[in-house]
Design a protein around this ligand. Structure first.
Ligand code: NAD
Length: 477
């Protein structure tokens, strides 16, 4: 890319083409989408704004490739995914540079998370493809797990490569074929992956990519009659519509939606650690993490101490250094709007605020913000902000904490910190949520990930994620 230092890792150059049937080919329409670097506001590339004609061509290619790929031995499918994993690992610096450019993630985070996580996930599905029991015996029956068919994958921009790999890798592992419609804000790393899968030797039509706008290309993909399963990650508003369309057509659907996860700090927990890890959890990726613990629940006796610790922790997230920009001008306005709303609702700002960070004239930066005196019914405690904003809520006793923790429409993730593991686990078992980290438990890329309540339908990652792409057939003898 122009202006890059010699030897710096390359940002994947935008391709003015769709990847369909094993070839890069021109889009049907002339329209383009500008790819904007959130750190500068400058256009760094243009990709096709695909429409229903591109989607139709891609779905037909995926349908044509399905019988051959579904009949391929699992060991061969595993070998293709392992080749993809190796190519991804070799291209780690390019992934990080590309995600850094189009999402704005700071380089260290882009490498450690945006590159390394999808590399691990691709590797995990290469292993699962080879080891999974696609057949079992139940009494006088042989029961087969068969691929669902053509998968339409629609993904968001916040973990752009991870979210694609979390869908495409298990689908390909079991013998499904895929049409991907990535987020319009981050299409470059999606094009990079299409090039990698091509190089890894996937047969033509097994993986297809159509860039385009959600209400145009995304909707055409969700509605296409030749798509057997729609796997969507994004907002609850769009997910609800996709679920309705899929339900109307009696096709399978998997939805990974929003969250407003609770970080519950029980009396007796290590307060400093729980607050510091909790703040880091929210501010990572500029707060644009669906599973972020955006509500911190602290008992009344230690509440003010926690507020001070959180404000001190926030001060370490200097915009432009450890804290990247949010993805777009639109997202920045949304986040600032929520910060203003919190003030109007009577919450107390102890760090950050709605103004632009000092000295940051370019880029979509937001000040890392901590709210105290937040009541559970406030909009900033109920709605997903998707920016670097954490709210601290006071609770009276454990029952009160549980009521608050479970008191939103969401249920994606959470954390519990207790004096001992047993009490934390007992509390976590009563939470209406799909994943809970106990006393700082580490992310596990093989553990099922997905939501209770309006956070979604289905699970991703590991063997549970693989099973989403299977359907069951019984033969009786
Ligand atoms: P979004 O719902 O606007 O977009 C997600 C994807 O859907 C994009 O590819 C977009 O082009 C497409 N899309 C938009 N309208 C569509 C339509 N009418 N039909 C078909 N496709 C359409 O969400 P976003 O703003 O890109 O992402 C942020 C949201 O995603 C947040 O709410 C966040 O919580 C959620 N999210 C959830 C998870 C999870 O795993 N649960 C992960 C990441 C993001």
């Amino acid at each position: 890319m122009a202006g890059q230092a010699a030897g710096a890792p390359k940002v994947f150059p935008a391709r003015d083409a769709q990847y369909i049937g094993g070839k890069w080919r021109p889009a049907a329409a002339d329209a383009r989408i500008d790819v904007v670097a959130p750190a500068t506001g400058q256009v760094i590339g243009r990709v096709p704004a695909g429409d229903a004609r591109d989607v139709d061509a891609a779905v037909r290619a995926a349908r044509a490739a399905l019988p051959g790929w579904a009949a391929t031995a699992p060991a061969e499918r595993a070998a293709r995914l392992a080749a993809a994993r190796d190519l991804m690992a070799a291209g780690r610096a390019e992934i990080a540079a590309t995600v850094s450019a189009e999402l704005g993630a700071p380089p260290a985070f882009a490498t450690a998370v945006h590159a390394d996580l999808p590399i691990r996930v691709m590797g995990s599905f290469a292993t699962l493809a080879a080891e999974y029991a696609f057949e079992e015996k139940i009494g006088n029956s042989r029961v087969f797990q068969e691929p669902v068919g053509v998968v339409g994958a629609i993904t968001p921009w916040n973990y752009p490569l991870h979210q694609i790999v979390a869908k495409a890798a298990p689908a390909l592992a079991v013998g499904c074929t895929v049409v991907l419609k990535p987020a319009e804000d981050t299409p470059l790393v999606a094009q990079w992956l299409a090039a990698v899968l091509d190089e890894a030797g996937l047969p033509a039509g097994v993986f297809n990519l159509v860039t385009g706008l959600g209400p145009v290309a995304g909707q055409a993909l969700a509605e296409h009659p030749e798509v057997d399963l729609v796997s969507f990650t994004g907002s609850t508003a769009v997910g609800r519509r996709i679920g309705a369309v899929a339900g109307g057509a009696v096709k399978r659907v998997a939805l990974e939606l929003g969250g407003k996860s609770a970080n519950v700090i029980l009396p007796g927990a290590d307060l400093a650690r729980a607050v510091n890890v909790g703040v880091a959890n929210v501010f990572a990726n500029s707060g644009q993490t669906c599973s972020a613990w955006t509500r911190m629940l602290v008992d009344a006796a230690r509440y003010e101490e926690a507020v001070e610790l959180a404000a001190a922790a926030a001060a370490k997230y200097v915009p432009g250094e450890r804290l990247g920009p949010v993805v777009s001008a639109k997202q920045r306005e949304r986040v600032r709007g929520y910060i203003r709303r919190g003030v109007e609702e009577g919450a107390r700002i102890v760090a950050g605020g709605p103004e632009a960070p000092e000295g940051m004239t370019a880029g979509y930066y937001v000040r890392p913000t901590v709210f105290a005196d937040v009541r559970p019914e406030m909009a900033i405690a109920q709605e997903e902000i998707f920016g670097p904003v954490v709210v601290l809520i006071r609770y009276e006793d454990e029952e009160d904490a549980l009521r608050i923790a479970n008191g939103t429409v969401y249920g994606l993730a959470g954390a519990v910190w207790g004096a001992d593991e047993e009490s934390a686990v007992a509390f976590a078992r009563r939470m209406e949520t799909g994943q809970v980290d106990i006393n700082g438990g580490r992310f596990n890329p093989l553990a099922p990930f997905g939501g209770y309540k309006q956070s979604g339908v289905g699970r991703e990652l590991g063997a549970h994620g693989l099973a989403e792409y299977l359907q069951t057939k019984s033969l009786q003898f």
